[in-house]
Design a binder for this molecule. Structure first.
Ligand code: MN3
Length: 198
């Protein structure tokens, strides 16, 4: 069974004006799709073709650098699907309930969370991702380079934003801080993040 490009969890224009349909046309329709195609080509006729996406990521991660190409494409398939689900129309702002309490106790409150999450995304040199994760029962903000993903670092991902240039260049050009600001203020799907807490 080859992997398939999952449909977006919303209409391509649902997040406008913060993220345009034009961005999704390329980011989902071209970039995410290419990672799926590359992954399927790389694992075709190998034992990895019978595994779940999570298993492929872990197996490839355990066999680096030999399986770097497989890891990169598999992790990028996972990361992008996770990113789409990290957003919703009318999202953003403060969370409530259990996550709000954890942000207060583990991260110094929502304002500090916002400042630190933005700093993680802006401070990721080159391509990568900023994440809200759980590690050892506590919330943590981390950044990863290129395709790297919390899945292989003993962390449970709750939320992510893609900070590769292809994620924001059409809508924000070089203004990565504005893009991450819009993500936090208007797009974050806190219900998805809370669901990932388990
Ligand atoms: Mn991307």
């Amino acid at each position: 069974m080859a992997f398939e490009l999952p449909a977006l969890p919303f209409a391509a224009d649902a997040l406008e004006p913060h993220m345009s349909a034009r961005t999704f046309e390329f980011h989902h329709g071209k970039h995410h799709a290419a990672y799926v195609t590359n992954l399927n080509n790389l694992i075709k006729d190998t034992p990895l073709a019978a595994m779940s996406l999570d298993e492929v990521i872990k197996a490839a991660s355990a066999d680096l650098p030999a399986k770097q190409g497989i890891f990169n494409n598999a992790a990028q398939v996972w990361n992008h699907t996770f990113f789409w689900n990290s957003m919703k129309k009318g999202g953003g702002g403060k969370p409530s309930g259990k996550l709000a309490a954890m942000i207060e106790s583990d991260l110094g409150g929502y304002d500090k969370f916002k400042e630190d999450f933005k700093a993680a995304g802006v401070g990721q040199f080159g391509s990568g991702w900023a994440w809200l994760v759980v590690e050892g029962g506590k919330l943590k903000i981390v950044k990863t380079a290129n395709a790297d993903t919390p899945l292989v670092h003993g962390q449970k991902a709750l939320l992510t934003v893609d900070v590769w240039e292809h994620a924001y260049y059409l809508d924000y050009q070089n203004r990565r801080p504005d893009f991450i600001g819009a993500f936090l203020d208007h797009l974050v799907n806190w219900e998805f993040a809370e669901k990932n807490l388990g």
